[in-house]
Ligand binder design. Structure first.
Ligand code: SF4
Ligand code: SF4
Length: 213
């Protein structure tokens, strides 16, 4: 979801249904790579995000959604700010269950960032560079190793970047998230987005409206 496609989401879902595609997931634009470079032109304002979340949520509640739609939040949490804050602003918090199930399963501990990068997941680019997550591939300082030079097992076990990702806990978050009373339920958004904007793996997800208030 971005400023560019926000007005075409329903149309796109209808089109996908016409192609017999019934399960669809969309994600709020991550502020990495070109999206970070063009942040002001691409990133939804909070009012725009509220508008989109309201429309999609009401369609779900009223049974009018053409496909089975999921909004993938960039951090693993039962209360991702991308969905929860707009619903709260609209007085529609109770509808968070339309998007996030209490049966949501996570391997993460309570004090962990809501990020699986380097813990449960990795990504390898076309050059053999290994990252914790595909959203990190534009940030070469987050390369954990290269499969042309090292074994993937060694990279997984010994990379200092992966070890830093594993060591990072919510209690070490820096910036606005550190003072947020939603920290343990939201889990501080996306680490790749936080890093792109703050250059710190324990920085705050600056896309969040509470980080900017
Ligand atoms: S300020 Fe941080 S912890 Fe609070 S809702 Fe936003 S991303 Fe989550
Ligand atoms: S960087 Fe972490 S939080 Fe962000 S999308 Fe990747 S796994 Fe999720």
């Amino acid at each position: 979801m971005s400023k560019i496609n926000k007005d075409y989401i329903i149309e796109t879902l209808e089109y996908l249904k016409s192609l017999e595609i019934y399960n669809v997931a969309i994600m709020l634009l991550a502020s990495v790579g070109n999206a970070d470079d063009n942040y002001d032109n691409t990133y939804l304002s909070f009012d725009e995000l509220c508008e989109v979340i309201k429309e999609l949520t009401l369609m779900k509640v009223e049974g009018k959604m053409p496909v089975s739609l999921d909004i993938v939040s960039t951090g693993e949490s039962l209360c991702p700010w991308e969905i929860y804050l707009p619903l709260k602003h609209l007085g529609m918090e109770k509808y968070i269950t339309e998007w996030k199930s209490e049966k949501f399963d996570t391997t993460l501990e309570d004090d962990e960032f809501g990020c699986t990068a380097g813990k449960d997941s990795l990504c390898i680019d076309g050059y053999g560079n290994v990252f914790g997550c595909s959203l990190m591939v534009s940030m070469h300082e987050l390369i954990a190793g290269n499969t042309k030079r090292e074994s993937l097992v060694d990279i997984w076990n010994n990379s200092h970047i992966f070890n830093e990702m594993r060591r990072n806990k919510l209690c070490s978050v820096e910036g606005p998230c550190s003072n947020c009373n939603l920290l343990h339920s939201c889990k501080s958004g996306c680490r790749a987005c936080a890093y792109a904007r703050t250059k710190k793996l324990n920085g705050s997800d600056m896309r969040c409206p509470l980080s900017n208030s």
